[in-house]
Design a protein around this ligand. Structure first.
Ligand code: GLU
Length: 481
């Protein structure tokens, strides 16, 4: 782990202009969910806004629950969201000996102590506290005992010596001033009896060694901040600035669950067909505001992002709003890019000609779609093979009368010298005029014959995209069906 700085940072408050360093510290026990993605985004934006650094630390100390696929899914989702991090990825587990070193320094300085309480003793303690309806926490029984009391060769844990009197206040950039009575802080474990560090210790040591100046994370970690401060103060390290952001709830206000969209970022991409810029924009607006602005570009986000704009109440996740934004970004997206994305979603290997057709179809298709799935569905007619099997709704449109219209349209289209939109429009209009009906009444059966569906882009665009031979062939197939 030579990659990260271990030099002492300047003492707290001495250098307000110091470079901003933020970090995202996911535990790789599953996919990157949207709460985590938003935390990463806020850290990324804060660092970029201040011209600072955004670091990534994988908190893989829980060996039973951390997995390599989860690590890969997190890195992949972050790259997809465009949340690039600076420097090497830090893996927490690999730094265990450094964590232990700090615990031993705290021990040597008298800010921590060895506790020889046995598991049975601690269970008995918890049970008596429970029976007496007291808060269940370690009672400090080894806090002031001399080393000479230590049972010979017995295992021990190292505990922090938390302050007992007074109160600790955190000036949280989102929550405001939050105060906890020190009597509520417990002497939590820093090193287990096997010498491995606890999560609470590891976080503090890593944040310090990585030079993190701002800890921006979910407010489920606010309580931890008070405990972590006891370690920071024991070491005399600079205190980071904290910003604890409220969690994301479902539209109904309940805690976010799978039912509400608490699926992985990769599912938003793969299953729901969301574009990364849409998810970023949505997550940004979820809990942070800049006036009434809804559509916010990445550049604007970097320019405007601050912690003062983060709301204090939980935000509500709304898939409809995300899809609205996604529709907006789909319309803005480059045709070539969308064609490539669609090609990946189609069930067959797309040939270069088909890819070109997809590109040309995008201007007609993208105004109507809220996600890539809808876009893919609307593009399907381009690649269908003759004779088309019509949807029932489209099939209903083909009566004896409308088949006669198809025959009339076919002969007019067939007679065209050119296959440009203007000539196509003229031929279809003439068909309607000859039959004494409205253009739409011709367009409907034509659409059914050409796409097999009742809805599609404008009929002239469809004719143009399919080209002369395919269009005439598809119409002919339905004339005598
Ligand atoms: N690893 C923790 C989590 O995934 C985050 C810890 C932190 O940000 O301090 O919830």
């Amino acid at each position: 782990m030579g990659a990260i700085a271990t030099t002492e940072a300047p003492a707290s408050g001495t250098s307000p202009a110091a470079k901003v360093v933020t970090r995202f510290a996911p535990s790789p026990t599953g996919f990157l969910h949207i709460g985590g993605a938003r935390t990463a985004l806020f850290n990324w934006l804060y660092a970029r806004h201040h011209g600072g650094e955004f670091l990534l630390r994988i908190e893989d100390t829980d060996r039973a629950r951390s997995t390599q696929p989860a690590i890969e899914a997190i890195l992949d989702s972050m790259s997809w969201l465009g949340l690039n991090w600076d420097g090497q990825t830090v893996y927490q587990f690999a730094r265990a000996s450094r964590h232990a070193e700090v615990a031993n320094q705290l021990l040597a300085a008298g800010h921590a102590y060895k506790c020889y309480a046995t598991a049975e003793e601690l269970t008995a303690l918890r049970e008596s506290q429970k029976a007496a309806k007291q808060p269940m926490r370690y009672d400090g029984r080894w806090r002031d005992r001399p080393e000479s009391d230590a049972p010979e060769g017995a295992p021990y844990v190292v505990r922090i010596k938390a302050p007992k009197d007074g109160a600790t206040t955190i000036q949280d950039q989102v929550q405001g001033a939050v105060t906890v009575q020190n009597a509520e802080l417990d002497d939590f474990v820093l090193l287990r009896s096997d010498g491995t560090p606890t999560y609470m210790l590891a976080v503090v040591v890593d944040d310090h060694d990585m030079g993190v100046t701002h800890v921006i994370r979910g407010d489920d970690h606010l309580n931890n901040a008070f405990r972590q401060l006891t370690v920071i103060r024991g070491m005399g390290w600079p205190e980071p600035i904290y910003a604890h952001i409220p969690l994301i709830h479902g539209t109904d206000g309940a805690k976010l669950s799978k039912r509400h969209g608490a699926i992985g970022v990769d599912s938003y991409r793969d299953e729901l067909g969301i574009l990364p810029e849409a998810l970023d924009n949505y997550l940004l607006r979820l809990g942070w505001g800049h006036g009434d602005d809804e559509v916010i570009s990445r550049e604007q986000a970097v320019e405007w992002f601050d912690l003062a704009g983060v709301g204090r109440s939980p935000s509500r996740f709304d898939l409809k709003k995300l899809e609205n934004l996604n529709g907006h970004y789909l319309r803005q997206a480059e045709d070539n890019r969308l064609a490539d994305l669609l090609a990946e979603r189609l069930e067959f290997a797309v040939s270069p000609e088909q890819l070109d057709l997809l590109r040309r179809a995008m201007p007609a298709l993208k105004p109507r779609a809220a996600n890539l799935n809808e876009l893919a569905t609307s593009a399907a007619f381009l690649f269908r093979t003759r004779p088309l099997v019509l949807d029932p709704a489209a099939s209903d449109l083909l009566t004896a009368e409308s088949r006669a219209l198809l025959a009339s349209a076919h002969s007019k289209l067939d007679a065209l010298a050119g296959w440009d939109t203007e000539s196509l429009e003229e031929a279809v209009r003439q068909t309607a005029e000859d039959a004494g009906i409205k253009l739409g009444q011709v367009a409907q059966p034509l659409r059914a014959a050409l796409t097999g569906k009742k809805t599609s882009p404008g009929i002239f665009e469809v004719l143009d995209l399919l080209g002369r031979d395919e269009s005439l062939g598809r119409i002919a197939d339905q004339i005598t069906a």
